[in-house]
Each structure stands twice: as structure tokens, then as C-alpha cells.
Write a protein that binds this ligand. Structure first.
Ligand SMILES: Cc1cc2nc3c(=O)[nH]c(=O)nc-3n(C[C@H](O)[C@H](O)[C@H](O)COP(=O)(O)O)c2cc1C
Length: 402
């Protein structure tokens, strides 16, 4: 049995714990068994269940546990989002950092959902899906204008220039929609989670682990340790009621079951939806998602996949995980960015042949890529992930000997 004091020390890494550096905890007292219970996994599960039921109220069409389709620039468009909503997931349109087409894309998604003639019970003026923004580039004024016509059920924020920007964004969105739009914020470390929870009071925190495809923190941990550490840190800071959604390397029912056990109310998947019938993805890209395996070996975190496309304004602390290709190897062997970019443009002209290990086109994907072997509808993906997770949890519980 670990003494309470050393247990707390290991969880909080005093005095450098983020809850201290953000000024959330100024003093604390160790009170024997209360502290042990405070950190107990059983208690965490109770918080998890409470958070999950709040999510059911906020998104009445969504099934529990939550499956969210991450906003992926150019890839998560109206068809994917509408398909995800229809089957009880929470789809996020990718607003990214160029929000020019935002209103048009929301309208198209609404039309697709309505065309099915399905009635989606929600407040009349709230559309049953979310929109994701990359804060360092998104134009808040344009976004607020679009929200005059449509009120999305949720927004998803990611990658601000500085964390404090999220507070302004959160407040302005809440003001605009009278709190009808819930605020999801994707973060990737314990310190970010605690600071963001304290300053911005999001409705949901999306915890992005190191295995995630696309952009993420250069310095990051896998979801298996990151999520429970964040859960503990939030609890210590008195903010245990924020629902957590796990992201990064989760592609199937086993991943969802694991996330639930870690204390998440659900998952956000990006890479898995690259193989959805409804994603707006080039065939060459999607073929690579199906072909690739062994994600720890065949993907890499790098900034080269942005540099070759001339995207140079991501804040310093981010890079992106993608399948390894020739752009990466050439950069490693010293090729200049100018030369690499020139070759990238030539690869675009090659169309679907521009992808692949000898190709050059950016192929963002997470380490779970090897578990994805076929293209399926969003409906099949969501139903199978939910069903398999429930089965895994049931079997695991039956197999446990207490
Ligand atoms: C191709 C691709 C594009 C992405 N684009 C975005 C984006 O535009 N905005 C964002 O917040 N996250 C983006 N992400 C990251 C996701 O939000 C999420 O963290 C990630 O997909 C989770 O890991 P997974 O890909 O292993 O499921 C992207 C991920 C991928 C794979």
C-alpha cells in the first residue's frame, strides 16, 4: 500500500504540478483515507457516469458512450457529418483556419440531414452537429456572423496561439448563442487541461494523446497515461465534472472500451473516419490508410508535411503525425524546403499516384492506421464500434475475478 503522501506526490509532482502553476491550488491538506478515496478509480467512474449523462442532455440524438468524428480540414465535410449525426454520433464539420465556406457547409449539412426525413429531436434552432476551428487562424468575427443563421450544437477549438485566447473565443460563442452551443476544447497535456479547464470552463475537454493523426503537441503522452492523469489533476483542482473525450489511436470497439475504463465519456476518432465512405478524401490517400500497418513504425511526427505545402504558421509547440513518405526522407537527408516543395507540387500533378511511401503527398494518419482494413459507411463504423465496445466490457467484467 502506497502511503497517501507519496501517492499524492507522484500524482501531483509537487510543486510543479499544473494545478499549482495555474494558481488553482494554493494550499492543500492530506486527510488520510479521504484522499485515498478521492483518487480511487471507482470514484472516477462515478464522475464519468455523471458527466456522460450531462452529455446525453446536451446532445439528445447522440448515443452513449459518445463517438465523435473529429473535424479534419478538407476531409470531414457535410456528407460525413450528416452521416455521423444520423446514426447517433457527434460529427464536427472542419471549419479549420479558413472559415470562408462555413455558412455554406453548415447549410449543406442541414439539408443532407433533413433530406433523409429523419426527425432529430433538438431545440428548433440548434443544428445537431458541431463545427471545429483551429484558433490560431480562424476568424472569430466571420464565425459569429455564420452563427446568426445557424446555431451548432457544439464548437471544437484546437491550437490557439496562446491558451488564454480560448477564453475569449469561449465567451464570445456563448454570448452569441446564449449558451446553446457547447464548447469542446482539444488539448494534449496535463498542464493544458488544467489551465484550459480553469480559464475557459469548457463543456467538454478532448484529450489528444500522442498517437493521434494530424496535428498535435510535439511533446505528448499516450492516451493510456494521459487521460487518467488529467482526470486526477482536474479532480485535485476541483473540476472533476468536465466530461473527457479520448482521442489518439482509437479506431475500434476495443479502443472505445479502453477509453471508457480510463474515465472518458467517449472517443473522438479521426483516422478511422478517413476510411468512411462519406469522407471527402482522395482515393490515393484512402488506399494508403487501408494499405498501411504498424503505425509506430510507418507514421512519424514531423513539421515537414506542412512545410512542403507552404503552411508555416502553426504555433511552435505543434507538429503533425502522418505516414512516412519521400518528403520526409528527403528532408531527413538535408533537402531544402524549397526543393522539397517544388517536388511536392509535381506530385500533386500525379493525382492518386502522388501518395504512398515513394510518393510525396501529405498523408496525415494516427498510429491506429494498421487496424483499418476496409472502407465502410459511417453508420457501420459507429454501430460496430459501439457494439464491440459493449461486448468487450461485458466479457472483461465476466472474466474478472474479484
Ligand atoms: C487527417 C487528419 C486531419 C485532422 N485535422 C484536424 C483539424 O482540422 N482540426 C482539429 O482540431 N484536429 C484535426 N485532426 C486531429 C483530430 O482532431 C484528432 O485529434 C485525431 O484524429 C485523433 O486521433 P486519430 O486520428 O488516431 O483518431 C486531424 C486528424 C487527422 C488524422
Amino acid at each position: 500500500m502506497v502511503p497517501v503522501s507519496s501517492f499524492l506526490k507522484s500524482v501531483l509532482s509537487l510543486p510543479n504540478h499544473p494545478a499549482f502553476s495555474c494558481g488553482i491550488i494554493s494550499s492543500f491538506r492530506i486527510t488520510s483515507c479521504r484522499s485515498t478515496f478521492k483518487q480511487s478509480p471507482v470514484r472516477q467512474q462515478l464522475f464519468n457516469m455523471a458527466s456522460t449523462s450531462n452529455m446525453n442532455i446536451a446532445y439528445p440524438w447522440a448515443k452513449s458512450p459518445i463517438i465523435a468524428a473529429a473535424p479534419m480540414i478538407k476531409l470531414a465535410g457535410p456528407s460525413l457529418v450528416a452521416a455521423v449525426t444520423k446514426v447517433g454520433g457527434i460529427g464536427f464539420l472542419a471549419g479549420g483556419f479558413d472559415v470562408t465556406d462555413l455558412e455554406k457547409n453548415i447549410q449543406e449539412t442541414v439539408d443532407l440531414i433533413s433530406a433523409e426525413g429523419r426527425s432529430i429531436e433538438h431545440e428548433d434552432d440548434v443544428v445537431p452537429f458541431g463545427v471545429g476551428f483551429i484558433n490560431w487562424g480562424g476568424d472569430l468575427a466571420t464565425i459569429l456572423r455564420a452563427f446568426e443563421k445557424f446555431v451548432p450544437a457544439a464548437v471544437w477549438f484546437f491550437a490557439p496561439c496562446q491558451l488564454s485566447d480560448l477564453k475569449t473565443w469561449t465567451e464570445r460563442i456563448r454570448e452569441k448563442t446564449g449558451g446553446k452551443t457547447k464548447v469542446w476544447i482539444q488539448i494534449g497535456s496535463v498542464s493544458e487541461a488544467v489551465c484550459v479547464a480553469k480559464e475557459s470552463r469548457p463543456d467538454v475537454l478532448v484529450i489528444q494523446g500522442a498517437d493521434a493523426g494530424g496535428h498535435g503537441l510535439r511533446k505528448s503522452a499516450g492516451i493510456i497515461s494521459l487521460l487518467p492523469e488529467i482526470r486526477d489533476a482536474l479532480e485535485s483542482a476541483g473540476m472533476s465534472d468536465v466530461p473527457l473525450i479520448a482521442a489518439g489511436g482509437i479506431v475500434d470497439g476495443r479502443g472505445l472500451a479502453a477509453a471508457q475504463v480510463l474515465g472518458a465519456s467517449g472517443v473522438a476518432m479521426g483516422t478511422r473516419f478517413l476510411a468512411a465512405k462519406e469522407s471527402t478524401i482522395a482515393k490515393g490517400y484512402q488506399d494508403e490508410i487501408l494499405r498501411s500497418n504498424d503505425g509506430g513504425v510507418n507514421t512519424v511526427r514531423s513539421t515537414v508535411y506542412d512545410r512542403v505545402r507552404g503552411i508555416l504558421n502553426w504555433p511552435e509547440k505543434y507538429d503533425g503525425r502522418g505516414l512516412i513518405n519521400q518528403s520526409f526522407w528527403d528532408a531527413e537527408s538535408g533537402m531544402s524546403d524549397d526543393e522539397n516543395r517544388k517536388l511536392y507540387k509535381e506530385a500533386i500533378a500525379a493525382g492518386d499516384d502522388g501518395w504512398g511511401p515513394q510518393g510525396r503527398l501529405t498523408t496525415y494518419a494516427g498510429t491506429g492506421v494498421g487496424l483499418i482494413t476496409k472502407v465502410e459507411s459511417a453508420e457501420t463504423i459507429i454501430k460496430s464500434v459501439l457494439q464491440d465496445a459493449a461486448e468487450v466490457i461485458k466479457q472483461t467484467a465476466e472474466g474478472s475475478q474479484l
